[in-house]
Ligand binder design. Structure first.
Ligand SMILES: Cc1ncc(COP(=O)(O)O)c(C=O)c1O
Length: 364
């Protein structure tokens, strides 16, 4: 397991001498609006579901997602978070050589390493705003049997057009593409970009995390969709009761009210777009920091006068936990990521960043 995931509040709390609850965690990418309203009430009233075993294959939960997406339930598997699939896929597909479009979420590499899969990278660069060179990606995909693409990408926020991805997938029928759409619901017009319904493509699987958009990472829920033949291969490695009873019940409840889902997405999208604009505005003209444009609520920034560790330490003194991105392959100790929250918190972080940069500059 990598030891660089976001969200380690305890470490910072110990350093500055406060309770972990007092830390403002802007290192983990979760919906700043919280879960849909009905989730807490539902859990309170239905806690008794943990007294019985859940469905071993979480079929009811998969059906809810499949119906919402308008696809065959046999093309969907529910998992204990999408992490479950990231680690199952290299083994289930018998992958020998994987290609990862990066810099990206480190667990793809970890999962391949765990199964002794040869790993190659196709890295985008800051000078090109992390926009991928699709010709280069295609040339490298030819050599791989499994390709990992995160869309939109964590941590750069880069979004690839659906058409471009479909062209790539068609061009390499012998290669399986895993497209991780965990952050897509945050993107305006996300439905125009999603490949979830493309289950006729025999060499595509799509991951959809419920953790991020519905802000329920502690429940551990996510889906994999793909062609039936691929689903069958993956099901060979499926452990019964992989998704716990409460998690299954909550997701079924969310999809039992499909009429509320798009309004919730739209409310989230409008909120994060506004907050992103406000945050970028608050830092406009600040020397020593460059913010990359992206249609998501997490913000990748490049520092040119102080290191990521120094900035993390300085804003940490003010109680903010942000993500040092130096352990992302293809990034360096110049990069940090902030996951936006509500306006007052975002503005306070912007002030803390300005103070840290000004302090470090007066020192040098
Ligand atoms: C891009 C991406 N995919 C997948 C995951 C795993 O999420 P989960 O297992 O909660 O669905 C994360 C978690 O941070 C992520 O950033």
């Amino acid at each position: 397991m990598i030891h660089g995931h976001g969200g380690n509040k305890q470490l910072l709390a110990d350093r500055i001498g406060c309770a972990p609850e007092d830390i403002i965690d802007m290192s983990a990418n979760l919906n700043p609006l919280g879960p849909p309203k009905r989730v807490h009430d539902f859990i309170r009233e239905n806690i008794y579901v943990i007294h019985a075993l859940p469905e071993p294959d979480a079929a009811g939960m998969s059906k809810g997602f499949a119906d919402y997406q308008g696809i065959d339930p046999d093309c969907v598997i529910a998992g204990n978070g999408t992490t479950f699939f990231i680690y199952a896929l290299p083994l289930a597909l018998g992958a020998k050589k994987a290609l990862i479009l990066g810099p990206t979420y480190a667990d793809y590499e970890d999962a391949c390493a765990a199964h002794h899969v040869n790993i190659h990278h196709c890295l985008t660069v800051a000078e090109n705003n992390f926009v991928p060179d699709l010709d280069q990606l295609s040339a490298k995909a030819e050599q791989a049997d499994l390709v990992f693409i995160c869309n939109p990408n964590n941590p750069t926020g880069t979004l690839i057009d659906k058409q471009d991805l479909e062209t790539l997938i068609h061009r390499h029928p012998g290669t399986c593409f895993m497209v991780d759409e965990s952050y897509l619901p945050f993107v305006p017009e996300a439905e125009e970009y999603s490949l979830v319904t493309q289950t006729h493509l025999p060499n595509l699987v799509v991951l959809s995390s419920m953790s991020k958009i519905f802000r329920i990472p502690g429940l551990r829920t996510g889906f994999l969709t793909g062609a039936k033949a691929l689903i069958q291969k993956i099901m060979v490695h499926y452990q019964p009761w992989s998704v716990n009873a409460l998690a299954q019940a909550v997701i079924k409840e969310i999809y039992n009210h499909p009429e509320d889902i798009l309004p919730f997405y739209r409310q989230t999208r409008a909120f994060v777009a506004k907050e992103r604009r406000n945050f970028v505005h608050a830092l406009a003209g600040t020397q020593g920091i460059r913010i990359f444009d992206a249609p998501v609520f997490f913000v990748l920034a490049q520092l040119d006068r102080i290191s990521a560790a120094q900035l993390c330490r300085r804003v940490g003194d003010d109680g903010f936990l942000i993500r040092d991105c130096s352990n992302f392959k293809g990034l360096s100790d110049q990069f940090v990521r902030f996951s936006l929250k509500t306006n007052d918190i975002n503005q306070a972080l912007a002030q803390s960043i300005k103070k840290a940069l000004a302090w470090e500059q007066t020192k040098s």
